[in-house]
Design a protein around this ligand. Structure first.
Ligand SMILES: [Zn+2]
Length: 176
């Protein structure tokens, strides 16, 4: 898949199976803090985020309460749109568009982040995916507001999307 707006570390690749192309994997060892991807795309209002055909769901990344960044059309899907969720991720955010290795990553490991690091959906926009990541941390259900879970705020401190990290820092300051 071509990269229109984004950058993917050349040590990563999307792998495909009979069910289609899903998941971004390491071709080589990647040290902690390595930049894995830089996202680009269209800045769109949350309400205008397109949902693509065939139950493929949404691909844009939320970058603020009101905005998402990502493809407008299915033809614009890029390799950087295929990172999966895990409740024990090896990648997190720096700013809004940088995905960075949280720890050393071995060759053939799948690169994942926790969708809770990104999502903050308004009431009335239900979001619920079942997770089968199988990690000891698995929450079973991922919602649009998991950033509110104190356990996640602690575990991913410094790795949330910028706008969520700001909110969390603010809450911490208010509590002190
Ligand atoms: Zn899980």
């Amino acid at each position: 898949m071509p990269l229109f707006h984004s950058w993917l570390n050349p040590a990563l690749e999307v792998r495909c199976n009979s069910k289609g192309c899903r998941g971004v994997y390491a071709k080589d060892f990647l040290p902690a803090r390595e930049r894995l991807a830089i996202w680009g795309g269209h800045v769109m209002h949350l309400a205008d985020e397109p949902v693509f055909s065939g139950g493929r769901g949404d691909f844009a990344a939320q970058i603020e309460e009101r905005f998402v960044l990502g493809p407008k059309h299915e033809s614009e899907l890029e390799d950087t749109d295929f990172f999966n969720h895990s409740c024990s991720p090896n990648a997190g955010f720096k700013g809004q568009v940088f995905l960075v290795a949280m720890r050393d990553i071995k060759s053939d490991e799948e690169i994942t982040f926790d969708y809770g690091m990104v999502l903050n959906l308004p009431e009335g926009q239900p979001y619920r995916i079942e997770c089968y990541c199988g990690s000891p941390n698995c929450r079973g259900i991922v919602t649009g507001n998991d950033w509110k879970l104190p356990e996640l705020q602690k575990r991913y401190d410094g790795w949330f999307q910028w706008y969520l990290q700001e909110k969390i820092d603010q809450l911490k300051n208010n509590a002190e």
